[in-house]
Design a binder for this molecule. Structure first.
Ligand SMILES: [Zn+2]
Length: 120
């Protein structure tokens, strides 16, 4: 049974076989060793670091996730008055700290899925 693309991305699976895990720890929000990855897929042996500096490109895919999470708080702060401005900024900072692993891990998963084709 083939794993759908979205499940492979959100499940942090290998883009080529969609079975092996990208990261050594499972789950999207993990605080310990959040960027510890396998050197290659445990299932199909795809080398994940495709070239030097490959993961720098994942900044392009994690940035939109940051925007989606943080911009609503920014706009709320812009249109708030009094102390509520600081409440929204605090919520923005808090949401960033909570979802930081999601942004990094999901950004890397999307990036490698954009660069490697699925082979059943
Ligand atoms: Zn694989």
């Amino acid at each position: 049974m083939n794993l759908p693309l979205y499940k492979s991305i959100f499940g942090l699976k290998c883009p080529r076989c969609r079975k092996g895990n990208l990261f050594t720890r499972k789950g999207i929000i993990v605080y310990n060793d959040m960027l510890e990855m396998h050197d290659e897929c445990p299932n199909c042996s795809l080398h994940y670091d495709l070239e030097n500096g490959f993961w720098l490109g994942s900044l392009w895919t994690s940035y939109p996730i940051v925007i989606l999470i943080e911009v609503p708080f920014l706009f709320a702060a812009l249109f708030a008055e009094g102390y509520m401005i600081w409440v929204y900024f605090a919520l923005m900072l808090l949401s960033f700290l909570i979802t930081w692993p999601l942004m990094l891990r999901l950004g890397r998963s999307i990036w490698i899925h954009l660069n490697v084709s699925y082979k059943s």
